[in-house]
Design a protein around this ligand. Sequence first.
Ligand code: AMP
Length: 479
Amino acid sequence: MTTETTFVGLALAEPILRAIADAGYVTPTPIQAQAIPQVLAGGDLLAAAQTGTGKTAGFTLPILHQLATRAPQAPRPGRPRCLILVPTRELAAQVEESVKTYGKYLSLTSMVMFGGVNINPQFKALKSRVDILVATPGRLLDHVGQKTVDLSGVEILVLDEADRMLDMGFIRDIRKVLAVLPSARQNLLFSATFSDEIRALANGLLHNPKSVEVARRNTTVEVIEQSMHRVPQAHKRDLLAHLIKHHDWQQVLVFTRTKHGANKLAEKLNKDGITAAAIHGNKSQSARTKALASFKDGSVRVLVATDIAARGIDIDQLPQVVNFELPNVPEDYVHRIGRTGRAGTTGSALSLVDDEEMGYLRDIEKLIKRSIVRVEIEPGFVPPAKADLMSEERPPRPPQGRGGGQRQGAGQRQGQSARQAQPGGNRNASGRAPHGKKPAANAAKSGPGRAGPQNQPAQPRKPRPQAALFSAKPGSRGH
Ligand code: AMP
């Protein structure tokens, strides 16, 4: 079915088809072929799809169609017709970018809203018309509390990456948002996984939903070449620099477990003449978007990221992922390596494993049901002299019993802690503050007065104002 489906066949409005053609999409992806007709039909939808499947267009295209083809009821500034809730600010920026891309020939307006940035530009943007609001839950609730946004006109609600939102402890915030939405609305829930908690949320939220499902990205585990080097923690930075040069890797995404480790590694690589940028929760939003854009356009060869910062990052067909440290949550390994080998292309994931991480390795191999090939380090690598070893780089802590307390599961990090985690709070993927540091008191304070969310695409573009709107200006593109 999916191979024969065309965008024209999906009966999307002509301005949307034009924008899709501009984006270079020829055929709908399986999730799009399945989801678009369901959303256009107006009912609720439960969709199992991960990042990389084209899910964003899967809900954005039919939403744009719906909103463009029916008249708004009581349109007022700051009263969105569609609310898209997402777990992270990166994903929020990317989804809104997609909304603008696909809606560029329509006169609908959009806005992105998340914490960690100055709220004032958001107040200002909400004084204008906003048809589609893409938001993270914490900052949205701030606006709800201050009555600067009016959610009583929401016709369509999307929960995107719902499993991530629950993992990050947003369930209470989500419920608070649901409580202020009108009861008559269309609900779309997208999730990569379906835990009991997600099912409970879906049961309470969705009315007679249609279900659509595409293959889990975990299947990419088969097309990704996975290998590992056993290497002492203190040698890893030098080894990575050596490998990048030796293999002439031009685009490498490297995962570290701590923000400090990400910074140190990026510094070291730059010192060695390899362009690198770090992306993590302590970086300002503008620094993060700049790093991501430079990585996408090739001006930075290495992006060093923590798990939280990397969530939702959409980089297509990444050839090489490196686990500088193994994650202590085995599922995070699958999410990390899923950044490569997308859309049927092959990719390579290399892990640098210290003796102390062998327990993590066993947990990961158990989860993916295969062993990761151990490869000897090439003879060309000369380990750093003892004096050069950076003593502060301690190896990650070994696992503390299988599943026992390693992972703070969904529902365990709620309320305030979730608010801290969401705007890049000082937490690693397991929700723990790294190196025993206290989480940032309030990440929203970390970016005072900064310009707001900007998602810079791969190609350099003119900067757009924070919370930019994409309404066509009079006399500009037809719609
Ligand atoms: P997503 O899963 O929404 O994060 O999308 C993953 C990537 O697929 C994005 O870079 C999209 O631009 C791209 N994409 C989405 N739909 C299509 C399509 N029908 N054809 C080609 N690329 C697509």
